[in-house]
Ligand binder design. Structure first.
Ligand code: HEC
Ligand code: HEC
Ligand code: HEC
Ligand code: HEC
Ligand code: HEC
Ligand code: HEC
Ligand code: HEC
Length: 497
């Protein structure tokens, strides 16, 4: 009898535990990803998170100001000032009376999202992971659009010009090409539609873009057709599954909970000792399985892509210019970490590369943008590019790269072991870095991810570091194939301090 009391207690404990577990798994954050998008689309021209630009830095702003005040400010700060709000006047004065634009189109919910982002809530990568899967033309089109058109157009709303989402269904491709290249010339040629569009938009002139190529324009049209694509990456992460394929994740949880309830019911109703034992064992198995599954997926930041202080592009460096990863991440070979290069490493090349010239496909704006990004290195180290020397007594401002990959402290991972000893290519874990303009976390970096690879990767018997050990191993196990897991790659102590 006592034993049964004990098992009953244990079962209750398990149940309470799995309940807590499922609640934590389902707990969701504010939609910082959407906030990041909105921030990028509306605010980056004047704000950064951690530095003053035209406006003040916005990191943690929601801790400094009331939410209601922030809604009013962001929607229409001029109106707020006129209403006599003292704080609004103060903020305006503190920033040299620089006016901020009004954003009446943003809803409270959207502002909440922006604030979730400025509070530093983690952003799960969305757009770029989507761009990976979608026709690459769409991503290119989006860039060209951002560089040339966002000042006057959005996809879904009228700004200065009309919304352009789905425009390809309303107008012929040829016409759009002509319009975008030189709308004024098109009107002069007597095109009726061109005149009509001009009239409809109060005769606001649109800039001509003769510099855009056929491909550039087609890429943009592809973007107008598809729009901003949501992430469609398949992975086993509970948290993202709840968002993207919510129903199936929910279903399996509902089934599991129903099963547990049934078993508990059996346990209390049944007079048959054997059945009770079966029920207990089944319960323990289910709960262990659920626990294990969620441990394997805990803390995933796959796709994490913060905004960096310099728009450093791996595509331009490691891709277009074929610079070796280890030129910059030189410690990967021989130490635990790979490290991010110091500004001095950048200066090895950028003393002489002060301008971005690209490969001929970029627009004027893009060239200007990237050139300005290079100037930021000079700003950091105090380089006087005109006189080709470092400024005297300059206090260096370290470039504060935002760390992307980060295992919890209790897990041990070593680069040289994987890069040098095992000879694994960086891309195997970090993905196609040489194609990434903005770096993001490609792999889930969960325990399950580490162990899966250890289970399927064979020990490299030709490896000069461990030749002797490896020989003995294959003798000892008498196996043709020895995996990393076989030689200890599954032992807790190898990865946990
Ligand atoms: C055209 C430039 C510009 C844009 C675009 C802009 N801001 Fe501002 N913002 C400013 C300036 C300048 C200030 C400083 C106050 C002032 O002088 O009006 C400011 C102040 C603020 C403040 C108040 C800070 C404080 O200390 O209380 C918040 C909040 C804010 N901005 C949020 C946003 C958000 C969110 C967006 C995007 C939706 C945005 N801003 C877009 C220029 C801009
Ligand atoms: C300076 C503001 C401005 C910029 C920059 C701008 N546009 Fe426009 N655009 C307009 C205006 C205004 C109209 C409405 C027609 C008019 O009044 O000339 C328009 C109309 C259009 C139309 C026709 C819409 C229709 O209903 O047929 C297309 C297509 C278009 N723009 C594409 C672009 C593309 C692509 C870019 C970037 C390469 C761009 N625009 C950049 C202001 C701009
Ligand atoms: C010219 C120098 C340079 C080269 C070449 C380079 N990187 Fe980087 N890498 C950087 C800088 C600077 C950062 C930090 C900024 C960022 O995240 O984009 C970085 C960041 C990273 C990160 C993310 C670090 C973090 O915060 O977690 C990874 C992973 C990475 N690089 C891998 C690679 C791989 C793989 C290659 C080769 C295909 C490569 N890098 C080539 C300079 C370089
Ligand atoms: C081995 C040489 C080399 C090193 C080291 C190097 N760069 Fe570059 N960088 C280049 C080249 C080449 C270009 C492209 C120039 C062009 O196309 O005109 C470039 C372009 C750039 C650009 C403009 C394009 C972009 O990526 O946004 C920036 C910004 C930049 N580098 C920043 C950095 C920073 C920051 C570092 C140090 C972490 C660094 N570079 C290290 C060679 C280098
Ligand atoms: C077996 C998988 C794997 C391979 C191969 C690998 N990395 Fe990593 N990388 C990781 C993991 C895991 C982390 C996170 C480490 C941490 O947080 O302690 C990481 C982190 C990084 C970081 C962030 C800063 C740091 O030093 O931890 C950079 C930069 C980086 N890797 C670059 C590289 C480069 C360059 C290569 C190829 C020379 C490479 N990695 C190969 C798994 C790998
Ligand atoms: C792409 C495959 C791959 C991934 C992913 C991977 N590893 Fe490994 N790991 C290896 C290989 C191959 C070796 C064997 C190196 C050697 O020959 O010593 C190894 C060895 C190790 C060892 C040494 C094992 C021993 O018996 O001494 C540790 C510790 C380790 N990995 C930790 C990790 C951690 C932590 C992660 C996840 C963050 C990880 N690994 C992800 C392939 C991988
Ligand atoms: C190949 C490396 C590796 C081995 C072997 C390994 N782990 Fe882990 N473990 C990790 C990594 C990496 C993380 C962090 C994962 C994350 O942050 O999502 C982790 C996370 C954990 C966590 C914490 C989950 C959390 O974030 O709360 C626990 C508990 C854990 N491991 C237990 C174990 C036990 C018990 C064993 C032995 C059966 C083991 N690990 C073997 C790599 C390993």
């Amino acid at each position: 009898m006592n034993q049964f009391k004990l098992t009953q207690k244990l079962t209750k404990l398990f149940l309470a535990f799995s309940l807590v577990l499922s609640v934590t798994v389902f707990a969701q954050e504010g939609d910082a990803a959407n906030g990041k998008k909105l921030f990028k689309a509306n605010c980056v021209a004047c704000h950064k998170l951690d530095k003053k630009l035209i406006g003040p830095p916005l990191k943690g702003i929601s801790e400094k100001r009331e939410r209601e005040w922030l809604y009013s400010w962001i929607k229409d700060n001029a109106a707020l000032q006129k209403s006599g709000d003292a704080l609004a006047k103060q903020v305006f004065k503190d920033n040299n009376n620089m006016p901020m634009q009004a954003f009446p189109q943003l809803t409270n919910k959207e502002i909440d999202d922006i604030l979730a982002y400025t509070d530093g809530k983690e952003v799960k990568k969305e757009a770029a992971a989507g761009e990976q899967k979608v026709d690459p033309k769409v991503a290119i089109g989006k860039k060209i659009f951002k560089a040339n058109c966002v000042a006057c157009h959005k996809l879904d709303k009228k700004v200065i010009g009309p919304p352009l989402g789905g425009i390809t269904e309303k107008r012929e491709r040829e016409w759009l090409h002509k319009w975008i290249k030189d709308n004024n010339a098109l009107r002069k040629s007597g095109d009726a539609l061109a005149k009509e569009v001009f009239e409809e938009n109060n005769k606001m002139p649109m800039t001509a873009f003769p510099q855009l190529s056929e491909e550039d324009i087609d890429a943009m049209l592809a973007y107008f057709k598809v729009g901003d694509v949501k992430r469609v990456v398949a992975n086993t992460d509970e948290k993202t599954n709840v968002k993207s394929e919510g129903s199936s994740a929910w279903m399996s949880w509902i089934v599991a909970i129903a099963l547990i309830a049934l078993l508990v019911f059996m346990l209390f109703i049944s007079k048959n000792g054997f059945l009770k034992i079966v029920a207990i064992i089944a319960l323990i198995l289910i709960v262990t399985y659920l626990l294990f599954n969620s441990l394997m997926g805990i803390g995933i930041d796959q796709g994490y892509q913060p905004i960096q202080p310099i728009a450093f592009s791996h595509k331009i460096h490691a891709g277009d210019n074929k610079i070796d990863c280890q030129y910059c991440h030189s410690s990967a070979k021989h130490s635990k970490t790979s490290g991010v290069p110091t500004a001095n490493v950048c200066m090895n090349c950028h003393k002489s590369i002060s301008e971005y010239t690209g490969n001929g496909t970029e627009t004027e704006e893009q060239l200007k943008f990237y050139t300005a990004e290079i100037q930021k290195i000079y700003e950091a180290v105090g380089w006087d590019a005109d006189n080709f020397k470092y400024k005297e007594n300059y206090v260096e401002k370290p470039i504060e790269w935002v760390r992307i990959h980060n295992l919890p402290d209790f897990a041990y991972y070593n680069h040289s072991q994987h890069v040098t000893v095992a000879g694994i290519a960086c891309q195997k874990c970090h993905g196609p870095v040489e194609t990434m303009d903005d770096m993001y976390q490609f792999s889930p970096l969960t325990m399950g991810w580490c162990i899966d690879c250890h289970k399927e990767t064979e020990v490299n018997m030709e490896n000069k570091y461990y030749t002797k050990i490896h020989e003995e191993l294959s003798k000892k196990y008498n196996l043709e194939k020895v995996t990393i897991a076989d030689i200890g790659g599954k032992e807790c102590g190898k990865c946990h301090y």
